[in-house]
Design a protein around this ligand. Structure first.
Ligand code: PA5
Length: 426
Protein backbone atom coordinates (compact mmCIF):
# COMPACT_ATOMS: atom_id res chain seq x y z
CA UNK A 1 0.00 0.00 0.00
CA UNK A 2 1.18 3.54 -0.74
CA UNK A 3 2.32 5.68 2.15
CA UNK A 4 1.51 9.38 2.24
CA UNK A 5 3.57 11.73 4.39
CA UNK A 6 1.91 15.08 5.09
CA UNK A 7 4.53 16.32 7.57
CA UNK A 8 5.99 18.65 4.94
CA UNK A 9 2.57 20.07 4.08
CA UNK A 10 1.17 20.40 7.61
CA UNK A 11 3.06 23.65 8.39
CA UNK A 12 1.05 25.25 5.56
CA UNK A 13 -2.36 24.00 6.68
CA UNK A 14 -4.76 26.47 8.27
CA UNK A 15 -6.35 25.67 11.63
CA UNK A 16 -9.25 23.99 9.84
CA UNK A 17 -6.89 21.42 8.32
CA UNK A 18 -7.80 19.01 5.49
CA UNK A 19 -11.51 18.29 5.31
CA UNK A 20 -11.80 14.53 5.84
CA UNK A 21 -15.58 14.73 6.24
CA UNK A 22 -15.79 16.00 2.65
CA UNK A 23 -13.59 13.15 1.45
CA UNK A 24 -15.69 10.63 3.37
CA UNK A 25 -18.80 11.97 1.63
CA UNK A 26 -17.01 11.80 -1.74
CA UNK A 27 -16.06 8.18 -1.06
CA UNK A 28 -19.69 7.32 -0.28
CA UNK A 29 -20.81 9.04 -3.46
CA UNK A 30 -18.26 7.10 -5.50
CA UNK A 31 -19.04 3.74 -3.90
CA UNK A 32 -22.82 4.16 -4.11
CA UNK A 33 -22.67 5.46 -7.69
CA UNK A 34 -24.72 8.54 -6.90
CA UNK A 35 -22.37 11.23 -8.24
CA UNK A 36 -21.95 12.77 -11.69
CA UNK A 37 -20.26 10.42 -14.12
CA UNK A 38 -21.24 7.35 -12.06
CA UNK A 39 -21.59 5.35 -15.28
CA UNK A 40 -17.83 5.82 -15.82
CA UNK A 41 -16.61 4.21 -12.60
CA UNK A 42 -15.95 0.77 -14.09
CA UNK A 43 -12.23 1.28 -13.44
CA UNK A 44 -12.86 0.32 -9.80
CA UNK A 45 -13.76 -3.24 -10.77
CA UNK A 46 -11.50 -3.41 -13.83
CA UNK A 47 -8.74 -5.56 -12.24
CA UNK A 48 -11.29 -8.17 -11.06
CA UNK A 49 -13.07 -8.12 -14.41
CA UNK A 50 -9.79 -8.52 -16.28
CA UNK A 51 -8.76 -11.41 -14.03
CA UNK A 52 -11.95 -13.29 -14.83
CA UNK A 53 -12.11 -12.07 -18.44
CA UNK A 54 -9.56 -10.99 -21.02
CA UNK A 55 -6.36 -11.36 -18.99
CA UNK A 56 -5.46 -14.84 -20.29
CA UNK A 57 -5.93 -13.68 -23.87
CA UNK A 58 -3.78 -10.60 -23.16
CA UNK A 59 -0.99 -12.82 -21.83
CA UNK A 60 -1.23 -15.15 -24.83
CA UNK A 61 -1.10 -12.20 -27.23
CA UNK A 62 1.94 -10.77 -25.46
CA UNK A 63 3.71 -14.14 -25.75
CA UNK A 64 2.87 -14.47 -29.44
CA UNK A 65 4.17 -11.00 -30.24
CA UNK A 66 7.36 -11.65 -28.25
CA UNK A 67 7.97 -14.94 -30.02
CA UNK A 68 7.81 -13.59 -33.57
CA UNK A 69 8.49 -9.85 -33.57
CA UNK A 70 11.45 -7.65 -32.74
CA UNK A 71 9.17 -4.64 -32.40
CA UNK A 72 5.61 -3.82 -31.43
CA UNK A 73 4.29 -0.59 -32.89
CA UNK A 74 1.62 0.73 -30.52
CA UNK A 75 -0.77 3.32 -31.97
CA UNK A 76 -2.69 5.56 -29.57
CA UNK A 77 -2.94 8.95 -27.89
CA UNK A 78 -4.01 10.38 -24.53
CA UNK A 79 -5.77 7.79 -22.41
CA UNK A 80 -5.11 5.22 -25.12
CA UNK A 81 -1.35 5.78 -24.85
CA UNK A 82 0.01 7.28 -21.65
CA UNK A 83 -0.74 4.42 -19.25
CA UNK A 84 1.05 1.82 -21.37
CA UNK A 85 3.95 4.20 -21.97
CA UNK A 86 4.15 4.94 -18.23
CA UNK A 87 4.34 1.22 -17.42
CA UNK A 88 6.84 0.29 -20.12
CA UNK A 89 9.14 3.21 -19.29
CA UNK A 90 8.93 2.66 -15.53
CA UNK A 91 9.33 -1.12 -15.51
CA UNK A 92 11.40 -1.70 -18.68
CA UNK A 93 13.50 1.48 -19.06
CA UNK A 94 16.03 -0.61 -20.98
CA UNK A 95 14.84 -3.66 -22.82
CA UNK A 96 16.28 -7.12 -22.25
CA UNK A 97 17.77 -9.04 -25.22
CA UNK A 98 14.55 -10.98 -25.91
CA UNK A 99 12.22 -8.02 -25.49
CA UNK A 100 10.67 -6.46 -28.58
CA UNK A 101 11.20 -2.74 -29.03
CA UNK A 102 7.93 -1.08 -27.97
CA UNK A 103 7.47 1.88 -30.30
CA UNK A 104 4.65 4.33 -29.53
CA UNK A 105 3.18 6.21 -32.51
CA UNK A 106 0.03 8.16 -33.32
CA UNK A 107 0.49 10.60 -30.45
CA UNK A 108 1.27 13.59 -32.65
CA UNK A 109 1.26 14.77 -36.25
CA UNK A 110 4.93 15.55 -36.87
CA UNK A 111 6.28 14.18 -40.17
CA UNK A 112 9.83 14.35 -38.76
CA UNK A 113 8.87 12.20 -35.79
CA UNK A 114 7.23 9.78 -38.22
CA UNK A 115 10.50 9.47 -40.13
CA UNK A 116 12.46 8.95 -36.89
CA UNK A 117 10.07 6.15 -35.99
CA UNK A 118 10.42 4.52 -39.40
CA UNK A 119 14.20 4.69 -39.04
CA UNK A 120 14.00 3.17 -35.56
CA UNK A 121 11.78 0.37 -36.87
CA UNK A 122 14.07 -0.31 -39.82
CA UNK A 123 13.48 -3.78 -41.27
CA UNK A 124 12.58 -5.37 -37.94
CA UNK A 125 9.79 -7.91 -37.89
CA UNK A 126 6.90 -6.15 -36.20
CA UNK A 127 3.35 -6.44 -34.90
CA UNK A 128 0.90 -3.54 -34.83
CA UNK A 129 -1.40 -2.79 -31.90
CA UNK A 130 -3.94 -0.03 -32.49
CA UNK A 131 -5.70 1.39 -29.45
CA UNK A 132 -8.61 3.81 -29.83
CA UNK A 133 -11.91 3.72 -28.02
CA UNK A 134 -13.69 5.94 -30.53
CA UNK A 135 -11.66 4.84 -33.52
CA UNK A 136 -11.99 8.33 -34.95
CA UNK A 137 -9.16 10.23 -33.23
CA UNK A 138 -7.16 11.79 -36.05
CA UNK A 139 -3.58 11.27 -34.85
CA UNK A 140 -3.77 7.51 -34.20
CA UNK A 141 -6.11 6.93 -37.16
CA UNK A 142 -3.57 8.47 -39.56
CA UNK A 143 -0.64 6.60 -38.01
CA UNK A 144 -2.58 3.34 -38.16
CA UNK A 145 -3.33 3.82 -41.84
CA UNK A 146 0.38 4.33 -42.53
CA UNK A 147 1.71 1.44 -40.44
CA UNK A 148 -1.03 -0.90 -41.68
CA UNK A 149 0.16 -0.13 -45.21
CA UNK A 150 3.73 -0.88 -44.18
CA UNK A 151 2.67 -4.14 -42.56
CA UNK A 152 0.74 -5.18 -45.68
CA UNK A 153 3.65 -4.45 -47.99
CA UNK A 154 5.97 -6.45 -45.74
CA UNK A 155 3.79 -9.50 -44.99
CA UNK A 156 1.02 -9.37 -47.63
CA UNK A 157 -2.65 -8.78 -46.84
CA UNK A 158 -3.18 -12.17 -45.17
CA UNK A 159 0.06 -12.01 -43.15
CA UNK A 160 -0.69 -8.47 -42.00
CA UNK A 161 -4.10 -9.49 -40.67
CA UNK A 162 -2.44 -11.90 -38.25
CA UNK A 163 -0.13 -9.20 -36.94
CA UNK A 164 -2.75 -6.56 -36.08
CA UNK A 165 -4.34 -6.31 -32.64
CA UNK A 166 -7.11 -3.76 -32.11
CA UNK A 167 -8.21 -2.46 -28.72
CA UNK A 168 -11.45 -0.56 -29.14
CA UNK A 169 -15.14 -0.23 -28.32
CA UNK A 170 -17.00 -3.53 -27.98
CA UNK A 171 -19.90 -2.59 -30.22
CA UNK A 172 -19.36 0.44 -32.41
CA UNK A 173 -16.95 2.78 -34.18
CA UNK A 174 -14.81 2.78 -37.31
CA UNK A 175 -12.01 0.75 -35.75
CA UNK A 176 -14.43 -1.79 -34.31
CA UNK A 177 -16.03 -2.22 -37.73
CA UNK A 178 -12.67 -2.57 -39.48
CA UNK A 179 -11.54 -5.16 -36.93
CA UNK A 180 -14.71 -7.21 -37.38
CA UNK A 181 -14.55 -7.03 -41.18
CA UNK A 182 -10.86 -7.92 -41.35
CA UNK A 183 -10.86 -10.52 -38.58
CA UNK A 184 -8.13 -8.88 -36.48
CA UNK A 185 -7.65 -10.00 -32.92
CA UNK A 186 -9.57 -7.55 -30.73
CA UNK A 187 -9.76 -6.48 -27.13
CA UNK A 188 -12.30 -4.23 -25.52
CA UNK A 189 -12.19 -0.79 -23.95
CA UNK A 190 -15.07 -1.21 -21.50
CA UNK A 191 -18.04 1.14 -21.94
CA UNK A 192 -17.87 2.29 -18.32
CA UNK A 193 -14.15 3.18 -18.29
CA UNK A 194 -12.85 6.49 -19.66
CA UNK A 195 -9.52 6.68 -21.50
CA UNK A 196 -7.47 8.10 -18.62
CA UNK A 197 -8.74 5.40 -16.25
CA UNK A 198 -8.15 2.53 -18.69
CA UNK A 199 -4.54 1.51 -18.04
CA UNK A 200 -5.53 -1.68 -16.22
CA UNK A 201 -7.64 -2.84 -19.18
CA UNK A 202 -6.26 -4.26 -22.44
CA UNK A 203 -5.42 -0.64 -23.35
CA UNK A 204 -2.43 -0.75 -21.03
CA UNK A 205 -1.98 -4.47 -20.56
CA UNK A 206 -1.42 -5.60 -24.17
CA UNK A 207 1.67 -3.40 -24.70
CA UNK A 208 2.84 -4.22 -21.17
CA UNK A 209 2.58 -7.98 -21.79
CA UNK A 210 4.47 -7.66 -25.07
CA UNK A 211 7.18 -5.69 -23.27
CA UNK A 212 7.69 -8.58 -20.83
CA UNK A 213 5.92 -7.05 -17.84
CA UNK A 214 4.17 -9.59 -15.60
CA UNK A 215 0.59 -8.41 -16.16
CA UNK A 216 -0.85 -11.18 -13.98
CA UNK A 217 1.10 -9.71 -11.09
CA UNK A 218 -0.04 -6.18 -11.97
CA UNK A 219 -3.68 -7.27 -11.90
CA UNK A 220 -3.33 -9.35 -8.72
CA UNK A 221 -1.71 -6.40 -6.95
CA UNK A 222 -4.33 -3.98 -8.27
CA UNK A 223 -7.15 -6.16 -6.90
CA UNK A 224 -5.56 -6.12 -3.45
CA UNK A 225 -4.81 -2.42 -3.69
CA UNK A 226 -8.35 -1.33 -4.58
CA UNK A 227 -9.65 -3.48 -1.71
CA UNK A 228 -7.25 -1.75 0.68
CA UNK A 229 -8.15 1.70 -0.68
CA UNK A 230 -11.80 1.12 0.21
CA UNK A 231 -10.87 1.87 3.81
CA UNK A 232 -13.24 4.58 5.07
CA UNK A 233 -10.85 6.44 7.36
CA UNK A 234 -8.30 9.28 7.39
CA UNK A 235 -5.75 6.45 7.53
CA UNK A 236 -6.53 5.80 3.87
CA UNK A 237 -3.61 7.28 1.86
CA UNK A 238 -5.95 8.27 -0.97
CA UNK A 239 -8.05 10.24 1.55
CA UNK A 240 -4.91 11.93 2.88
CA UNK A 241 -3.69 12.96 -0.56
CA UNK A 242 -7.12 14.07 -1.81
CA UNK A 243 -7.88 16.04 1.36
CA UNK A 244 -4.46 17.69 1.52
CA UNK A 245 -4.40 18.82 -2.11
CA UNK A 246 -7.94 20.28 -1.89
CA UNK A 247 -7.01 22.06 1.34
CA UNK A 248 -3.87 23.51 -0.23
CA UNK A 249 -5.84 24.54 -3.33
CA UNK A 250 -8.35 26.45 -1.25
CA UNK A 251 -5.46 28.24 0.41
CA UNK A 252 -3.91 29.62 -2.75
CA UNK A 253 -1.95 26.65 -4.10
CA UNK A 254 -3.27 26.20 -7.61
CA UNK A 255 -0.27 24.35 -9.10
CA UNK A 256 0.84 20.86 -8.14
CA UNK A 257 4.26 19.67 -9.20
CA UNK A 258 4.71 15.92 -9.25
CA UNK A 259 8.38 15.16 -8.71
CA UNK A 260 10.42 11.99 -8.67
CA UNK A 261 14.08 11.12 -8.45
CA UNK A 262 13.59 8.24 -10.92
CA UNK A 263 14.07 9.27 -14.57
CA UNK A 264 12.01 6.23 -15.59
CA UNK A 265 9.05 7.85 -13.82
CA UNK A 266 8.78 10.58 -16.46
CA UNK A 267 5.89 9.08 -18.41
CA UNK A 268 4.09 8.01 -15.27
CA UNK A 269 4.03 11.71 -14.46
CA UNK A 270 2.62 12.38 -17.95
CA UNK A 271 -0.13 9.82 -17.26
CA UNK A 272 -0.78 11.48 -13.89
CA UNK A 273 -1.04 14.91 -15.56
CA UNK A 274 -3.78 13.69 -17.88
CA UNK A 275 -5.56 11.88 -15.05
CA UNK A 276 -5.73 14.94 -12.81
CA UNK A 277 -5.83 17.66 -15.48
CA UNK A 278 -8.71 16.14 -17.43
CA UNK A 279 -10.60 15.08 -14.31
CA UNK A 280 -10.41 18.31 -12.33
CA UNK A 281 -9.76 21.18 -14.74
CA UNK A 282 -13.28 22.28 -15.60
CA UNK A 283 -15.97 24.85 -14.75
CA UNK A 284 -13.22 27.46 -14.25
CA UNK A 285 -11.52 25.60 -11.37
CA UNK A 286 -8.82 23.00 -10.88
CA UNK A 287 -5.25 22.42 -9.79
CA UNK A 288 -2.78 22.73 -12.68
CA UNK A 289 -0.74 19.50 -12.80
CA UNK A 290 2.93 19.91 -13.69
CA UNK A 291 5.88 17.57 -13.31
CA UNK A 292 9.62 17.68 -12.77
CA UNK A 293 12.40 15.15 -12.79
CA UNK A 294 14.84 15.49 -9.91
CA UNK A 295 17.69 15.99 -9.50
CA UNK A 296 18.05 17.09 -13.16
CA UNK A 297 15.35 19.76 -13.01
CA UNK A 298 16.76 21.26 -9.82
CA UNK A 299 19.35 22.70 -12.17
CA UNK A 300 16.72 24.28 -14.39
CA UNK A 301 13.45 24.64 -12.47
CA UNK A 302 14.95 24.73 -8.96
CA UNK A 303 15.14 28.52 -8.86
CA UNK A 304 11.45 28.93 -9.70
CA UNK A 305 10.34 26.31 -7.22
CA UNK A 306 12.49 27.73 -4.45
CA UNK A 307 11.83 31.38 -5.07
CA UNK A 308 9.03 32.05 -7.58
CA UNK A 309 5.35 32.83 -6.85
CA UNK A 310 4.11 30.87 -3.85
CA UNK A 311 1.19 29.34 -5.68
CA UNK A 312 2.61 25.84 -5.91
CA UNK A 313 3.11 22.74 -3.82
CA UNK A 314 5.00 19.58 -4.65
CA UNK A 315 4.17 15.91 -4.36
CA UNK A 316 7.24 13.71 -4.42
CA UNK A 317 6.96 10.08 -5.47
CA UNK A 318 9.70 7.79 -4.22
CA UNK A 319 10.42 4.10 -3.80
CA UNK A 320 11.45 2.58 -0.47
CA UNK A 321 13.91 0.12 -1.98
CA UNK A 322 16.30 0.55 -4.88
CA UNK A 323 16.47 -2.24 -7.43
CA UNK A 324 20.17 -1.64 -8.01
CA UNK A 325 23.10 -0.73 -5.80
CA UNK A 326 26.27 1.21 -6.62
CA UNK A 327 29.02 2.22 -4.23
CA UNK A 328 30.99 5.43 -4.74
CA UNK A 329 34.59 4.35 -5.46
CA UNK A 330 37.67 5.60 -3.57
CA UNK A 331 40.12 7.55 -5.72
CA UNK A 332 43.76 7.77 -4.59
CA UNK A 333 44.82 11.38 -4.04
CA UNK A 334 41.19 12.54 -4.09
CA UNK A 335 41.69 14.67 -7.24
CA UNK A 336 38.00 15.65 -7.45
CA UNK A 337 37.53 16.02 -3.68
CA UNK A 338 34.80 13.35 -3.56
CA UNK A 339 36.46 10.85 -1.24
CA UNK A 340 34.20 12.04 1.57
CA UNK A 341 31.52 10.02 -0.24
CA UNK A 342 33.70 6.98 -0.98
CA UNK A 343 32.08 3.77 0.22
CA UNK A 344 28.60 5.36 0.39
CA UNK A 345 25.75 3.93 -1.68
CA UNK A 346 24.53 6.04 -4.59
CA UNK A 347 20.96 5.41 -3.42
CA UNK A 348 21.79 6.89 0.00
CA UNK A 349 23.37 9.93 -1.63
CA UNK A 350 20.13 10.32 -3.62
CA UNK A 351 17.95 10.03 -0.51
CA UNK A 352 20.10 12.56 1.34
CA UNK A 353 19.81 14.95 -1.61
CA UNK A 354 16.02 14.44 -1.56
CA UNK A 355 15.87 15.24 2.17
CA UNK A 356 17.93 18.38 1.58
CA UNK A 357 15.67 19.47 -1.29
CA UNK A 358 12.54 18.84 0.76
CA UNK A 359 13.82 20.97 3.63
CA UNK A 360 14.96 23.78 1.31
CA UNK A 361 11.63 23.87 -0.51
CA UNK A 362 9.62 23.85 2.72
CA UNK A 363 11.82 26.67 4.03
CA UNK A 364 11.16 28.49 0.77
CA UNK A 365 7.40 28.20 1.25
CA UNK A 366 6.57 25.11 -0.82
CA UNK A 367 4.31 22.54 0.88
CA UNK A 368 5.58 19.00 0.36
CA UNK A 369 3.52 15.81 0.12
CA UNK A 370 5.50 12.56 0.22
CA UNK A 371 4.14 9.54 -1.67
CA UNK A 372 6.06 6.31 -1.26
CA UNK A 373 5.70 2.98 -3.04
CA UNK A 374 7.62 -0.12 -2.06
CA UNK A 375 9.68 -0.81 -5.18
CA UNK A 376 9.82 0.09 -8.86
CA UNK A 377 8.22 -3.20 -9.95
CA UNK A 378 4.82 -4.57 -10.97
CA UNK A 379 3.47 -4.22 -7.43
CA UNK A 380 4.76 -0.66 -7.09
CA UNK A 381 3.26 0.29 -10.45
CA UNK A 382 -0.14 -1.22 -9.66
CA UNK A 383 -0.30 0.39 -6.23
CA UNK A 384 0.57 3.83 -7.62
CA UNK A 385 -2.04 3.54 -10.38
CA UNK A 386 -4.82 2.50 -7.98
CA UNK A 387 -3.83 5.11 -5.41
CA UNK A 388 -3.79 7.99 -7.90
CA UNK A 389 -7.03 6.92 -9.58
CA UNK A 390 -8.89 6.61 -6.28
CA UNK A 391 -7.53 9.90 -4.93
CA UNK A 392 -8.39 11.63 -8.22
CA UNK A 393 -12.02 10.53 -8.08
CA UNK A 394 -12.32 11.60 -4.42
CA UNK A 395 -10.57 14.92 -5.01
CA UNK A 396 -12.76 15.62 -8.04
CA UNK A 397 -15.97 14.96 -6.13
CA UNK A 398 -14.75 17.11 -3.22
CA UNK A 399 -14.12 19.97 -5.66
CA UNK A 400 -17.65 19.59 -7.03
CA UNK A 401 -16.88 18.55 -10.61
CA UNK A 402 -17.64 15.44 -12.62
CA UNK A 403 -14.20 13.79 -12.56
CA UNK A 404 -15.07 11.40 -15.37
CA UNK A 405 -15.94 13.61 -18.33
CA UNK A 406 -13.78 15.82 -20.59
CA UNK A 407 -16.08 18.13 -22.57
CA UNK A 408 -13.26 20.63 -23.15
CA UNK A 409 -11.15 18.41 -25.39
CA UNK A 410 -13.68 18.59 -28.24
CA UNK A 411 -13.18 22.31 -28.96
CA UNK A 412 -9.91 22.05 -30.92
CA UNK A 413 -11.10 18.96 -32.77
CA UNK A 414 -14.13 20.82 -34.09
CA UNK A 415 -11.96 23.61 -35.51
CA UNK A 416 -9.34 21.23 -36.86
CA UNK A 417 -11.81 19.00 -38.71
CA UNK A 418 -13.55 22.06 -40.19
CA UNK A 419 -10.23 23.57 -41.30
CA UNK A 420 -9.05 20.24 -42.76
CA UNK A 421 -12.27 19.97 -44.75
CA UNK A 422 -13.66 16.81 -43.14
CA UNK A 423 -17.02 16.03 -44.75
CA UNK A 424 -19.84 17.19 -42.49
CA UNK A 425 -17.59 19.23 -40.15
CA UNK A 426 -18.94 22.71 -39.33
O1 PA5 B 1 -9.23 10.67 -21.93
C1 PA5 B 1 -9.61 10.83 -23.07
O2 PA5 B 1 -10.80 10.75 -23.37
C2 PA5 B 1 -8.65 11.11 -24.20
O3 PA5 B 1 -7.35 11.28 -23.78
C3 PA5 B 1 -8.70 9.93 -25.14
O4 PA5 B 1 -8.24 8.78 -24.48
C4 PA5 B 1 -7.85 10.19 -26.36
O5 PA5 B 1 -8.30 11.33 -27.03
C5 PA5 B 1 -7.88 9.00 -27.31
O6 PA5 B 1 -9.20 8.71 -27.64
P1 PA5 B 1 -9.55 7.39 -28.42
O7 PA5 B 1 -9.18 6.25 -27.55
O8 PA5 B 1 -11.01 7.47 -28.67
O9 PA5 B 1 -8.73 7.41 -29.68
Amino acid sequence: MIKVDLSGAAPFFTDMGPDYAAVAAAHRTLAEGTGPGADFTGWLSLPRNMASGELKQVIATGKRIRSRSQALVVVGIGGSYLGARAAVDLLRPTKKPDDPDIIFVGNGLSPDAMMDTLNRLGDKDFDLCVISKSGTTLEPALAFRMFKGLLQSKYGAAGAKKRITAVTDAHKGVLHNMAVNEGWETFVVPDDVGGRFSVLSAVGLVPMAAAGIDVQKVIDCAIAEFDALDLRSPENPAWQYAAARQHLYHNGRSIEILASYEPSFRFFAEWWKQLYGESEGKNGIGIFPASVEFTADLHSMGQFIQDGPRTLYESVVSFEEDLESFTVPFDIGDPDGLNYLAGRKLGDVCRTAAAAVKQAHIDGGVPNIGITAHRRDEEGFASLVCFFEMACALSGYVSGVNPFDQPGVEAYKKNMFRMLGKPGAV
